[in-house]
Write a protein that binds this ligand. Structure first.
Ligand SMILES: *[C@@H]1O[C@H](CO)[C@@H](O)[C@H](O)[C@H]1NC(C)=O
Ligand SMILES: *[C@@H]1O[C@H](CO)[C@@H](O)[C@H](O)[C@H]1NC(C)=O
Length: 280
């Protein structure tokens, strides 16, 4: 492992191009080259990608049969560390940090792409973001390009796809027609497992009487205030404490012996018990 890292680093130094190109995605981690990519796409392609992580696929010549440069520059899921796979949810808001190191302009877009053999390279749903002039040659780079924000397709669109790491990537695809250069950046994503069903015991919601507000057009003067019925129990009489229903709601309200201190609905039973002790 250390040996591989050191030799890749040496390779990078040896092949450092005169100009490091174009646009880099600094987060989340994008697909990187590895040994399986080297075997599939060949030494020249491997050297090109390791030499310029921001480069375009036209630099990766010659192209081996079986090396699909238009899918993540040919870089393979099997070379990626598991920690680079982003666990996501449908409709999740995401962002990508982009450095436009050498602005070229040209169209670019972001999409969720099915990388399985069956759907190789097919976009799932529609483009999540499109730009007509990405990393423009004039003026400052718009912040929605350097801090590129997008939202993943909804659950219905994704369906059963992207359930397994390696099946899907978020792809930033940028072309500069003036130079005939095509750039592909891939972020591996996998759908989070479905949430477990909610617990069967749901909290009891206590219904409170609600006073319905009068319509704004009604003058308040002609609208008599809605009052709960107050039943006065004689202070020393033998009548029981009364249960009354407020004028505006169905929940019973217990009244205290002197009729001025209503109990909450929740303590109605306790109030009734207390009342019996007092007056029976
Ligand atoms: C997506 O980007 C590619 C590469 O720049 C471009 O060729 C294509 O027209 C774009 N499509 C949309 C719908 O933006
Ligand atoms: C009656 O109302 C008063 C004033 O709200 C309260 O202080 C008192 O505890 C209540 N109950 C009795 C039994 O007096």
């Amino acid at each position: 492992m250390v040996f591989v890292a050191v030799s890749v680093a040496l390779l990078c130094l040896a092949r450092l191009p005169a100009v490091l190109g174009h646009a880099g995605v600094s987060s989340p981690p994008i697909r990187r080259p590895g040994n399986n990519f080297l075997q599939t796409c060949g030494q020249a392609s491997f050297a090109s990608v390791t030499g310029d992580p921001t480069g375009h696929i036209e630099e990766q010549e010659p192209v081996n049969a079986g090396c699909d440069l238009t899918l993540c520059r040919g870089m393979l899921f099997s070379d990626q560390p598991a920690s680079n796979v982003q666990t996501v949810k449908a409709s999740q808001a995401m962002e990508m940090s982009v450095d436009c190191t050498i602005p070229h302009g040209g169209p670019a877009n972001v999409s969720l792409v099915d990388t399985t053999a069956g759907g190789s390279g097919a976009i799932i749903g529609s483009f999540l973001k499109t730009f007509s002039d990405f990393c423009p040659t004039t003026g400052p780079t718009p912040t929605d390009q350097t801090n590129l924000q997008y939202t993943l397709p909804d659950a219905e669109t994704i369906g059963g796809k992207c359930q397994t790491a390696g099946d899907c990537v978020v792809q930033l695809f940028w072309a500069t027609p003036d130079f005939s250069q095509n750039y592909y950046y891939c972020v591996d994503v996998v759908m989070a497992a479905a949430a477990p069903p909610p617990p069967s015991t749901t909290p009891v919601v206590v219904q409170q009487p609600t006073v319905v507000a009068a319509p704004a057009t009604t003058p308040p003067a002609v609208q008599p205030p809605v009052q709960p019925t107050v039943v006065n129990a004689p202070a020393a009489a033998s009548s029981s404490a009364k249960m009354v229903t407020s004028a505006t709601g169905s929940a019973p309200t217990a009244l205290a012996a002197n009729g001025t201190t209503p109990f909450s609905a929740a303590s109605a039973n306790a109030g009734r018990r207390r009342a019996r002790l007092l007056w029976f």
